[in-house]
Design a binder for this molecule. Structure first.
Ligand code: NAP
Length: 325
């Protein structure tokens, strides 16, 4: 089978996270395009690991001249922020960049393939390809750069010809892929946001609590992020219910009561988060086979705290401000 020739647009987190895989699985990254020549040159260098020829690197301004010297790409992947997809798609169509290509795809988890209206009007098949991943910022971390990690799932939808090429490439990579109905993509993307983005927001809230207990904020954030990563790693191995630990899983109603008493003196958002997520933990603990009577008692405490939250008039939002609800 001939190599799938790919062109990548964008130089941000998703572009950098995916680039190393775009020359694997029978594909070859032939060009990267962006707004800054330095950024595309950097990305082309990092994408050419393993002794492969680096892809050509162009700004939009240099694109028409650059592409005229290359055989056309089969597929274009637009890794730009959601709000810029339509504009970049139109720009690529205007520059005749799509000439000779079979399809174009964007990486948004919330928008449909149809967002690529300009590509479609030039006769290309269109798709959306969402990697279920939280890619690190460029030059992230304290140690050596991490090896690229293949996202655990890619979610696809769009025109058959584009989806078929992408699914074949993902299959050859050994990646898991699933098609979704475009109307239900926002639900899927809300699930991704809850897990990755709101997961971090939750740890930020937890770190505030730990800081109130006297643990320096920076240390609290790192330690709690590592604790959560450990729990998530367990869950990804054995499933959520078996991975659940803690007082709700054990049915320790006295411990839950002590937590709620401690939170009662703080701004309501702490108790609200605890009561809301605690009730989800009760559902999970039921699935895990925790003692039903103890769980009902825990649930009653959490309901009480939630209704106390609903009737509270509110208070200072920042616990460090020393406010009492
Ligand atoms: N980050 C993730 O973990 C992740 C995961 C799955 C899917 N995605 C999807 O991947 C896509 C890119 O997200 P990202 O996180 O990589 O964003 P990002 O790091 O903010 O990078 C955005 C890229 O879009 C470019 N861009 C923005 N406006 C533009 C415009 N008007 N014209 C041309 N280029 C423009 C930026 O160029 P400059 O550098 O020149 O500003 C940058 O290269 C989004 O659709 C997102 O939903 C992201």
């Amino acid at each position: 089978m001939p190599r799938l020739r790919l062109a990548l647009v964008g130089t941000g987190r998703a572009a950098a996270g995916l680039a190393p895989f775009l020359s694997q699985g029978g594909a070859e990254l032939v060009a990267v395009v962006g707004r800054s020549q330095d950024a595309v040159d950097d990305l082309a260098r990092t994408a050419s690991t393993g002794g492969r020829r680096p892809p050509a690197a162009f700004t939009f301004e240099r694109l028409p001249a650059g592409l005229s010297a290359l055989p056309p790409a089969d597929g274009w992947i637009l890794a730009v922020r959601d709000d810029a997809i339509a504009e970049v798609d139109e720009r690529l169509a205007r520059l005749s960049a799509y000439a000779g290509a079979r399809w174009a795809a964007h990486l948004s988890g919330a928008l449909p393939a149809a967002q690529l209206a300009a590509a479609r009007s030039t006769g290309l098949a269109v798709a959306s390809l969402h990697p279920l991943a939280s890619f690190p910022p460029a030059h992230a971390g304290r140690g050596a750069p991490r090896a690229p990690v293949l996202p655990p799932l890619f979610v696809l939808e769009g025109d058959r010809a584009a989806v078929a090429d992408l699914a074949a490439w993902l299959g050859a990579l050994g990646a898991r892929a699933r098609e979704v109905d475009p109307d239900r993509k926002p639900l899927y993307h809300a699930a991704a946001s809850l897990s990755a983005n709101f997961g971090l927001a939750l740890i930020s809230l937890a770190a505030e609590l730990a800081a109130l207990a006297g643990i320096p904020p920076d240390e609290a954030e790192r330690a709690l992020a590592a604790l959560a990563a450990g729990a998530m790693e367990n869950a990804s191995q054995v499933g959520l219910a078996p991975a659940l630990t803690g007082p709700i899983r054990r049915g320790d109603v006295g411990t839950v009561r002590r937590h709620l008493e401690a939170l009662a003196g703080l701004p309501p958002r702490f108790r609200e988060a605890y009561a809301t997520l605690g009730r989800e933990a009760v559902r999970l603990a039921r699935r895990a086979g925790a003692p039903p009577e103890a769980l009902s008692a825990v649930e009653a405490e959490l309901e009480k705290a939630a209704s106390a939250g609903a009737s509270a008039t509110g208070g200072p939002e920042d616990a460090r401000g020393g406010g009492r609800a």
